[in-house]
Design a protein around this ligand. Sequence first.
Ligand SMILES: C[S@@+](CC[C@H](N)C(=O)[O-])C[C@H]1O[C@@H](n2cnc3c(N)ncnc32)[C@H](O)[C@@H]1O
Length: 440
Amino acid sequence: MSRNFYKPGKPRRPGHKRPASARPAHSAPAREVFEVRIEKMVQGGEGMARLPDGRVCFVAGALPGELCKVAVTFTKKDFSRGHVVEVLEGANPDRVEARCPLYGKCGGCSLQHLDSEKQAEYLAQVERENFRRIARIELPESFTVHTGPAWGYRNRARVVVVCDQAGDKPIVRFGFRKQESNSVALFKNCPVLTPALNDFLQGRAREIFAGKFRPGREMEVNLFDNGAGEISYYYEGMPAHEFSENAVSVAEICGKKIEADAGVFFQSNLALLPALVKSVRDAVDEGLASGEASDEWLIDLFSGVGFFAAMLLDKFKRVTTVEREEKCLQHAKVNLSVTSGAESVVENVSAPAEEWLAQNVVDIPATLIVDPPRTGLPKEALDAIAASSVNRLIYVSCHPVTLARDTALLAEKGFKIRRAEAFAFYPQTPHLEMMLVLAR
Ligand SMILES: C[S@@+](CC[C@H](N)C(=O)[O-])C[C@H]1O[C@@H](n2cnc3c(N)ncnc32)[C@H](O)[C@@H]1O
């Protein structure tokens, strides 16, 4: 990867084209151009700067310390958004050339201009600031980010299949739906997808989808690589026979076989998933050893196909999984019966977690694990947890902003952070997976 374009002090050649690494993640017509100094990185991976009138501007493609020429593309009363046109001075030493030709075009992987080795460090700092700003809580000194492969890690993706016809010949191409737009960025090889997914798209997928969708039509297809060379796929309206043959697969994680279909949620970084499982299991052990939590009952809320419950089943006498998507229920039953220890009593519920909590009295210090979507915990769920006898909560989150908000609300009810860890599940993007242990 070339690092020299933005090396401090390196003279820029006149008329040199703006490099891919400085192009905006979201292209939009520029209104005004300013010279600003980037103060820090903020949530979303953008650089924060102040415009001459004092307003905050979030700058795509910028890194802390850099003096940038910025095109402002979006303005509100109290903040603006823009993108780097040029780094004028003080290029951050961690800046690198983006590797993917779709950087700034497809809407994903907007952190490619930052050295892969340094991304976790910057994002950890952003999370610390999120907690200070949103929750007024300091993450513990011990807060760490577990890292895995920087490229070729993503085992799950939603791609757009674009079918066309050249004479009699069907042409099948693949792309990603651009963020905040309906258009499609076509790609041949995506460097964050696993090699098996790229191979599938360049080979078998063309045969599978040729002729399946009407020419001129775009279809969204979910893909899943089970880590053992098997690719499953799902699209809306998939016939039942095709679904049972091609959508369902089994992934082996930490020695356990987990069944899912490509239409439901599944973790998307199988390489780093064992590290999260280990942290969750350690957190459970600590709770049981300290007496803060009981081995009488594990409640896995937002359980998907019962992933965490399956990983923890050996430690509990009774296990309840609660998941809103009915499509997950059958898989959860399979996953928890296959791995079931003889004495565990398992109950798989299909319901909104907040409704289940409101209707079921948790009057023992059960061990509770929650893994909600990006929106975080619904208020009713937070209230019910606070009113229950649960004293220890393992909160897995894919969105640190809602995690910080919920942590603040739980802190009002006496919960304190015992452990904070992050997992770089999505390198080249500004997203982090977090695990907090909260206890009272
Ligand atoms: C981030 S995924 C976690 C799934 C699972 N823990 C895993 O690791 O595979 C969040 C899950 O919550 C489910 N969900 C969303 N809102 C829900 C709600 N209000 N009640 C219950 N489940 C919900 C989604 O369908 C999804 O399966």
